[in-house]
Design a protein around this ligand. Structure first.
Ligand code: HEM
Ligand code: HEM
Length: 191
């Protein structure tokens, strides 16, 4: 039995996925506020889009978290964090071993390994959006980069590398499952 995703999770996932893909792509061409020099005109415009789409992503992610917390037990959202208890860690260890032995086809689609990776992706997306929100309020209307804001910008940039890895890995695995006949796209992207 695979997890049926509720409509709210499917919609918040789709909106967050679109926003995050946009954020990652625009980050490649945007400028950002500096301590001593102004932003370029185009780069500054792209940065303004990065701010607005990032804040929208933050709102969607917070809504998703509130929903998950309310529906935690009924919809089994604990599947995203199996490592919090001993039996979950045991299952995760067993699945990791299976993965390393290249027995991928025997791994459950919504098992402890897939759940943990999804959970880490969700936490990563949350921390990127929250650090972005802190940067937004820290910069203020004049886009002033104080030492504190600079440190949060460094953390935000550092996390971006892991988000690239997650996004690439997650999209490739989603396609792999789809073509292996597990219907992952239909399950997650139906309206
Ligand atoms: C889910 C939301 C967000 C994602 C996925 C995201 C992603 C990224 C990525 C990939 C970079 C480029 C990092 C690099 O290559 O060094 C970046 C840079 C940046 N982002 Fe975001 N961002 C998000 C939200 C926000 C928000 C809301 C703000 C608000 C101000 C923001 C402000 C910045 C700044 C200032 C930088 C430049 C950091 C630096 O290079 O020091 N981000 N972001
Ligand atoms: C970086 C942005 C993304 C994040 C943070 C993210 C996060 C997640 C999470 C947390 C789940 C599990 C949901 C749950 O168990 O409640 C999931 C499942 C899924 N995601 Fe994403 N996702 C992102 C982008 C994408 C993209 C771009 C695609 C399309 C290529 C995609 C396709 C899927 C599919 C098909 C599933 C269902 C997997 C299955 O059950 O077989 N995701 N995603």
């Amino acid at each position: 039995m695979t997890t049926p995703y509720s409509r709210f999770i499917r919609w918040t996932h789709a909106l967050a996925a679109i926003a995050i893909v946009f954020q990652m792509a625009i980050s490649l061409i945007m400028d950002h506020p500096h301590t001593k020099k102004p932003m370029t005109i185009d780069g500054g415009q792209y940065f303004a889009w990065h701010e607005w789409v990032g804040l929208a992503a933050l709102a969607v992610i917070i809504a998703g978290w509130l929903y998950r917390l309310v529906q935690w037990k009924r919809e089994g959202h604990g599947r995203l964090f199996p490592w919090v208890d001993a039996s979950g860690r045991q299952t995760l260890g067993r699945e990791l071993l299976q993965f390393l032995r290249l027995r991928w086809t025997t791994l459950p689609v919504d098992g402890a390994l897939a759940g943990s990776i999804h959970g880490l992706g969700l936490l990563l997306g949350t921390v990127m959006a929250v650090t972005g929100g802190i940067i937004y309020f820290g910069l203020g209307p004049e886009n002033k980069v104080t030492p504190a804001v600079h440190s949060v910008m460094d953390a935000h940039s550092f996390l971006a590398t892991f988000m690239w890895a997650y996004l690439g890995g997650h999209a490739v695995m989603a396609l792999w499952h789809q073509f292996a006949g597990h219907g992952s796209f239909a399950r997650m992207f139906k309206p």
